[in-house]
Design a protein around this ligand. Sequence first.
Ligand code: ADP
Length: 703
Amino acid sequence: MRRKILDKVSAATTYSKIITLLFFFSIGFLLLFAFLFYFIFNQEKKFHTHATAQYNNEVKALFNLNSEAYTSVISDITYWDEFVSFIHTRNLNWFNTSIANFIDAYKVDYIASYDLEGNFITKVSTSKIVTPKFIPQAVFKELYNKKFLKFYLKIPEGIVEVYGATVHPSSDPFKNKTKPSGYFFMVRLLDSNYFTNLEKISSSEIAFFDPKNFNDKDLSKTAIEYNLNDFSGQKIGSLLIERKINVDFETTKWLLFVAFFFFGITIVVYLYYAKKWSLKPLNLIKEILKTSSSGAIRELKHVKGEFYDIANLFEDNIYQKKQLEIAKKRAEESDLLKTSFLTNLSHEIRTPMNAIIGFTELLKNDQLPSAEKEEYMKVIHDSGDNLVSIIDDLVEMSKIDTNLIKPNFRSTDLDALMESVFQANKISIPQDKELEYKLINSSVKLIKRIIIDDVKFSEIVTNLIENAIKFTKKGFVIITYDVNLISKTITVTVKDSGVGIPKEFHQSIFKRFNRVENDFAIEVGGLGLGLSIANAYVELLGGKMHIQSEENVGSTFSFTVPFDFDTEYDKLMEGMKDLPERDDDDIVLIAEDDNINFMLFEKLMKNQKFRIIRANNGAEAVKAVTENPSIDLVLMDIKMPIMDGYEATVEIKKLRPDLPVIAQTAYSSSEEIEKIKESGFNGYIAKPIDKTKLFNLIASILS
Ligand code: ADP
């Protein structure tokens, strides 16, 4: 049970907790208000009861006091011998001189005298009372016995207060020895005059009692009904005497009402802000956690305060989450790729390795015909080449990953470069492939040399051509290059009519280890690194690579890279000389281990009518110079097997110090140039070979 309650409490939202707390607070306050109201009403009632009782006494005392003067006057003048004889003689003169002035002296409205039989003798009155005689006969009998009476009477002018006394001789002041001689009455009309006096003395309001105007629930006043009785004790009317109670409970009640009202407003305001400051942001936080909505984050920022920081944290968090998701996806992708790469790699390495091992084994047979021997050795050589190219690709990729590859911009003749790349790849087309292989030169002719990274540029083009040849069984491979002089960009396009690439692979084909896993791709092999290396090079040179391809129709790969014009070259060319006149049978020794490079040199030199001798390494070069004293010039590659270019040149210079030797090198670091000079070379030319530069160099050396 307890557990259930705890669960319920912990499941409640913060807002509902705040509201519950507020509810209990409100209940507490309402109880407090109710108690205060009850207490004040009670106090007021008690006070009212007490005040009314006291007032009652006061009013009684007041009326007694009020009548005391008249009581004493009337009793004083009614034991008077002259009064007795007046009743007998009815000498009005005496009455008018001795008694009539009482009207003014005691502020009464009517005085009258009657004989013992109740016969009217005389009266004096103010203008307020015009009725001459109104004392009922029954009064006399009562008065005869009681000697003094105070009562109220209703007469046409209103209600009057009547003081009546029997008249006795002066020897009987207590009126108990003699019989009454007659009666004397003093009368006051209960009018505004009468009330004003009493009101002044008592600080009250006095009026005839009218039940319609009477409100005994009004606790702000004490009110007393004072009965007016006739001589026989019968009530003929009453007075309402009221006095305001000075203790003001109303203000206190009002204050409580105001406090209650403000309490109500406070609750409403509190509810509004609790919703705005807690419910709304907490709901937004809930929404963000559920949906990561950026709109909700923006709204949360508007709440300000710590919610602004929370919104920022959410933003960071969501960003990091996205990055993590991307990284995870990449890791998964790369995991998959690695698996496929390893499978491919093992296949790609195993195939040439098996060939090498297998054919080496076959070569052990001494009886093998020399033609077969040669064929096996070619297979072994090709397989070795294959392995080297796989390793080269892997090394290159890791260099790209570690940012070790930097562009190496050099002055280049674009037409020559494209021609040499075109030619270099031509020999890799298998004899039996029916391929139209064509280079379309740029329609815009460059009259100046340009600055690009020629090595990377030719590697990119080579890669695209190799792929085009590899994936086209028959049809065409057409290479086009175009120069845009305005944007200073070169666009190279390699178009083939090969197997093509399905659309879904177009995006991923540039990623490393990605291949189209179809039978043909498996048959021709490859690690899926070529395009990603080429693409990385294009980006390194500040360009972009594009693909257009349709399965079984063909593919078009193109890339655009920026270039600059070489302004230095023009100056250089000015001082160049033409080749001097020479014999047609000048002999040049070309020391070059690479077949393609050799073919290139061979073509160039043949065009210049040189006769050519080839050496495949440094040792062969030294041998050739020893055996052929008619050699006029040596073109020496630096990196060669068995004996490198430096060593060979040193040896050659020992044999024929005047024989010009030109170094041809792919590397042109300052240390290397230094080493070339030290080894006795007469000049050097960088690869890829610039025709004009080479011939200028030869011209200057031979002259
Ligand atoms: P590989 O060294 O394996 O050829 P690449 O990165 O050069 O790797 O090429 C990746 C894949 O792209 C190839 O395996 C092949 O499926 C596809 N491909 C590349 N060039 C072409 C092309 N010209 N025609 C058809 N498919 C191609």
